[in-house]
Design a protein around this ligand. Sequence first.
Ligand code: FMN
Length: 329
Amino acid sequence: MKIGDITMKNPVVLAPMAGVCNPAFRLIAKEFGAGLVCAEMVSDKGILYENEKSLKMLYVDEREKPLSLQIFGGERESLVAAAKYVDKHTNADIIDINMGCPVPKITKCDAGAKWLLDPDKIYEMVAATVDAVQKPVTVKMRIGWDEDHVYAVKNAQAVERAGGAAVAVHGRTRVQMYEGTANWDIIKEVKQNVSIPVIGNGDISTPQEAKERLEKYGVDGVMIGRAALGNPWMLYRTVQYLEKGEILPEPNAREKMNICMLHMDRLIELKGEEVAVREMRKHAAWYLKGLPKTGSVRNEINQMTTRDDMSKLLFDYVDQLEEKQQKIS
Ligand SMILES: Cc1cc2nc3c(=O)[nH]c(=O)nc-3n(C[C@H](O)[C@H](O)[C@H](O)COP(=O)(O)O)c2cc1C
């Protein structure tokens, strides 16, 4: 897959996820083989007012590249100005515009999924951004606002006409939030009606599903979100399956906790121990998903405040689990 002149080594894309896709997790995703990683969304106004937290979110480690950096906003002027800032002051490869976020706090400012109601406005916005920057501009969208306003094809065509380099489509409406299932037939319709790359997104939870979506719906890339939470192996196993036809085994508990600790140590480097350990509580719970007898360790995670206590808790759990497994075998 190629976006502008940026070539991806495979079609597997880590979805942008707020509170998740910072450099610590993105680098792990890249090391686990993702062809493209997307950063969490950053507010256009936050960038323009030089809000410290927003500017920190623009940091990109060279090892993460190629990387797509996503901005959101509801007004053309500020979005274009933020895109110019990202273009000039970051080493991101792609500038992505969020047109999918369903959260009321965002849509009531005309940002995120609110764009989906007006293809003309999308055209003007994307055209103005493309004119103002050097980096390729892409859009991530949902299929529509609600079932009566599914303008996915028109909206994607507007992006293409405006000079957008690719479009990622999550197969749900704004009103669906995360309910129901993603409608891949509409993603296929988008693919058939534009010639820029289309990245399909929504409900891919196994390597086999990723392959099926690529083949059956003809998309150029597959974007994986929730299935990669605490599970970067999903990315690695998908790449391996697409390239070699092999389904690799799921990781064991120790392998999972080793990567969880690598994730935590990188997050500590970025944000300091206090903030990082708090943030890692949700990630640790995700890394434990699918492992047996995690009830009490999951409860205790939420009391952890230091790296060493968190590490001890997780590896005590692994030791006990391995002891039990040895006894059984
Ligand atoms: C925790 C979380 C945060 C998200 N943040 C963003 C975001 O910042 N920008 C965006 O475009 N989509 C965001 N999304 C949506 C995902 O990128 C993706 O479209 C959605 O999860 C569907 O894909 P999946 O079924 O593979 O999870 C977020 C989703 C989750 C679960």
